[in-house]
Design a protein around this ligand. Structure first.
Ligand SMILES: [Zn+2]
Ligand SMILES: [Zn+2]
Length: 380
């Protein structure tokens, strides 16, 4: 049987306003609600059909897609397959009556507490050294987590026994009672909604079905990882309930600072003290990198504060494609103490160098303007 057109389902025209669609849906929902049509398969089908039509037509994006491509445009299931999110805003429409209808229970909204449930995700904060972040590492962490009980296989029932159907709700997990016009559904207090009760609990887990364990887990840290990044270890979280799958484990990385390098993305920054003569004469200076020292040619007359960019000497990119750069700033290193001989040489040098030049009078341009002029620029 082919699916009916959503407009036809709601009995509105293609140009219907949002308000008209909402109002048409409200009428149908109240008319075909299963609680008002007990046991009627037809009413239930119509009710679901209306809900699905409304979910699409009430959403501008989905409606436009439906207008253009029909059912294919909104990927609506050919049959069955209920999306509980369809009912997310149902409560609004019925003006607060949604809860009374117990939609959740009817369409698998809030999961029945006794059914299979995925385990919770876990977070583990891992501090690693800068070197480890650079080279990558493999480390073992100890994670306390809930694991399925081995003795009872997660059922919570003692060996040789099985959970029994709850006598109070007869396995439904909820108690329904009439309140005026509506049927109200409440979670069964005896089984907590599971529909089953454990008469002889497993000794190991005392009926819980899971036990707390300290598990040692090996974590592979890829080179280039940075603070705040998370590694997801699938299925290493808490055990699921009633043979539901386990959750995931998220390892959140914190990288220690490096005494020499500052990191920004994949690039590294450092400051290298160089003596005045080495800067003035130029030549080769040794630059520290994460892989040992590296020769760097600096030109004659290099100014303090000049930054040299060394390509490919930064952090590895996390995707494995190359490395960032290293930015090395050279600083003028002034000796705190001089020998008598050094002192004489520096004095001689000082006498032979010209005094502070007036602004703009440099032969080589503005870079060599005096520090005082540059400070003046800042405040003028
Ligand atoms: Zn057990
Ligand atoms: Zn029960």
């Amino acid at each position: 049987m082919s699916k009916r057109d959503y407009y036809e389902v709601l009995g509105v025209g293609r140009t219907a306003t949002d308000q008209e669609i909402k109002s048409a849906y409200r009428k149908l929902a109240l008319k075909y609600h299963p609680d008002r049509n007990p046991g009627s398969k037809d009413a239930e089908e119509r009710f679901k059909e209306a809900a699905e039509a409304y979910a699409v037509l009430a959403d501008a994006g989905k409606r436009a897609a439906f207008d253009r491509f029909g059912h294919a445009g909104v990927g609506s299931p050919a049959s069955g397959g209920y999306d509980p999110t369809i009912f997310a805003d149902f409560g609004d429409i019925l003006g607060g009556l949604g809860d009374l209808f117990g939609f959740g229970e009817m369409f698998g909204g809030p999961r029945r507490r006794g059914g299979p449930q995925r385990g919770a995700d876990l977070r583990y904060d891992l501090e690693i050294g800068f070197e480890e972040a650079y080279r990558g590492a493999e480390t073992v962490i100890q994670v306390p987590r809930q694991e399925a009980c081995g003795a009872c296989g997660g059922s919570g029932a003692a060996k040789g026994t099985a959970p029994a159907t709850c006598p109070r709700c007869h396995g439904r997990g909820q108690i329904r009672y009439q309140q005026g016009f509506f049927t109200v559904a409440q979670t069964c207090g005896q089984c907590g909604g599971a529909g089953r009760v454990i008469t002889s609990p497993c000794a190991e887990c005392r009926g819980a079905g899971h036990v707390q364990r300290e598990r040692r887990i090996t974590v592979k840290i890829p080179p280039g990882i940075a603070t705040g990044q998370r590694l997801r270890l699938q299925r290493e979280g808490e055990a699921g309930l009633a043979s539901g799958p386990p959750g995931d484990l998220y390892v959140v990385i914190h990288v220690e600072d490096h005494p020499l390098f500052r990191r920004d993305g994949d690039d590294l920054y450092c400051e290298i003290p160089v003596t005045f003569p080495a800067l003035a004469l130029g030549g080769t200076v040794e630059i520290p990198t994460m892989d040992g020292s590296h020769p760097l040619e600096i030109p004659e007359g290099t100014q303090g504060g000049t930054v040299f960019r060394l390509r490919g000497l930064g952090m590895p990119k996390i995707n494995g494609r190359g490395k960032g750069d290293l930015h090395a700033a050279v600083l003028v290193s002034i000796p705190r103490k001089l020998t008598r001989e050094q002192r004489t040489l520096v004095e001689k040098l000082g006498q032979s160098l010209p005094q502070e030049q007036p602004a703009g009078a440099d032969r080589t341009g503005q870079d060599e303007r005096g520090v005082f002029d540059r400070v003046k620029d800042l405040f003028s």
